[in-house]
Design a protein around this ligand. Structure first.
Ligand SMILES: [Ca+2]
Length: 243
């Protein structure tokens, strides 16, 4: 009897400890992700509506410049960028070519849209395999295309509510869409549309075009981040919990 009671209390204490520890780890995680040396570009879009530039919040201080008529409105965290769906209206991170070649990378953002078209972010060289587009593929799901092949998530994003979306390319000699790209929806792994052989298209990004945000996209973008490493499932989940 006593032994059972002692076991019961030991389990309760251990459970309590583990919950406490994991809570602390998640909190530390998010703070670390803001200061992560691999956070190579971070745009919070907290500007007021008259601004034509976007402050860079990563330690690299890469900032954005508004091309065309975009604005800032109340967003998911502070203000957000409002995009009007035009090809000529986007934010350019002038002079920054993004992450080139086969290097691992992560792009993360909050988005709110009622339309399933346009780019969240893109860079590279306009040739097969050499672009890196986080885009609504063929007006279907949100995902990655390197210009040739495409890979997108099944969950609908175009319901005019805020969603946290991310794409991760992990370390690989020559990464391909099927084996090395992971898509996330609201902090968890997204179910992905199976395209077949096109999924195997390799990613070898060029470094010709500056990073561009919001081309042909209608809606809001907030707290956009680029890391030059693959974030883990836990780190994506921690960013989703960011307030
Ligand atoms: Ca913001």
């Amino acid at each position: 009897m006593y032994r059972n009671l002692i076991c019961f209390f030991a389990v309760v204490v251990l459970l309590g400890l583990s919950v406490g520890i994991s809570g602390k780890m998640a909190a530390a995680n998010q703070g670390n992700l803001d200061k992560d040396p691999n956070l190579v570009c971070w745009l919070k879009f907290d500007e007021s509506s008259k601004k034509k530039t976007v402050a860079g919040s990563s330690k690299h201080r890469r900032k954005g410049t508004l091309k065309g008529s975009m604005s800032f409105v109340s967003g998911r965290i502070g203000n957000a960028l409002k995009c009007d769906g035009s090809e000529g209206d986007y934010v350019e991170v002038t002079g920054y070519k993004g992450i080139a070649g086969t290097q691992a990378r992560t792009v993360v953002a909050w988005i709110k849209t009622a339309s399933n078209r346009g780019e969240i972010i893109s860079w590279g060289l306009d040739d097969f395999g050499q672009m890196f587009n986080f885009i609504f593929n063929r007006s279907r799901g949100l995902g990655i295309t390197p210009n040739g092949g495409y890979y997108y998530m099944n969950p609908r994003v175009d319901d005019d509510t805020w969603h946290h979306v991310a794409a991760v390319v992990k370390d690989a000699e020559l990464p391909n869409l099927h084996d090395d790209v992971t898509l996330y929806y609201d902090g968890t792994l997204a179910e992905v549309q199976d395209i077949g052989l096109l999924d195997l298209w390799p990613i070898d990004t060029g470094s010709d075009l500056d990073v561009r945000i919001g081309r042909n996209y209608t809606g809001l973008i907030d707290d956009l981040r680029i890391y030059d490493r693959a974030l883990s499932d836990e780190e994506i989940a921690a960013l989703y919990k960011t307030e």
